[in-house]
Design a protein around this ligand. Structure first.
Ligand SMILES: Cc1cc2nc3c(=O)[nH]c(=O)nc-3n(C[C@H](O)[C@H](O)[C@H](O)COP(=O)(O)O)c2cc1C
Length: 162
């Protein structure tokens, strides 16, 4: 089935409590899993960027609900289009807390109003967006790219045996 991808940015309407945000994330993960929606939620203070990928109808329906959520505001669509394939693990919502300056820069780069001027001419816009996102993740939160069952972080380093 073709993957549909929506990327949006938003700003929290007021600060989230720790437990409140944990609950939101858990509910989102359960729902997205049940609908076969994968993606990534990035947070830096009150700034959010979320990538939702999956069946078009399910992704569009979820995005309409998210956009109407009063817990955040200034919801702006960065991209909404059919994609060649998913960038992230299917049916998993990754999450990472990242640095505000870094996330602000990424959002500014991806902003539809700016990117015509910033992106090199003649390239596939979708491809550049995908590259920028993956580059950001590799640099700022590579743990969200780990496959389930990956032991990379707990694997002993060779030097421990030396
Ligand atoms: C920044 C942000 C991201 C969200 N992401 C998701 C998500 O990926 N999946 C999800 O089911 N709900 C997500 N939600 C919660 C939805 O907006 C909404 O509360 C939830 O889908 C339940 O819908 P309902 O309140 O209409 O019952 C998010 C909320 C916020 C503020």
């Amino acid at each position: 089935m073709e993957t549909y991808r929506i990327i949006y940015a938003s700003t929290a309407a007021r600060p989230f409590g720790l437990a409140e945000f944990d609950r939101l994330l858990l509910q989102a993960r359960i729902y997205n899993y049940s609908e076969g929606i994968g993606g990534l939620l990035l947070r830096a203070g009150s700034q959010f960027l979320e990538v939702l990928e999956g069946p078009e109808a399910a992704v569009a329906e979820l995005y309409a609900r998210i956009a109407a959520d009063p817990r955040h505001q200034a919801v702006r669509t960065i991209d909404a289009a059919a994609a060649g394939g998913p960038l992230f693990l299917p049916a998993r919502l990754g999450f990472a807390e990242v640095e505000l300056t870094a996330l602000d820069r990424l959002i500014a780069y991806l902003d539809p109003a700016h990117r015509r001027a910033l992106f090199p001419q003649g390239y596939d816009e979708q491809e550049i967006i995908a590259d920028l996102l993956l580059e950001f993740v590799e640099l700022h939160c590579p743990q969200v790219l780990a496959q389930p069952g990956d032991q990379a972080t707990s694997r002993p380093q060779r030097s421990q045996y030396a």
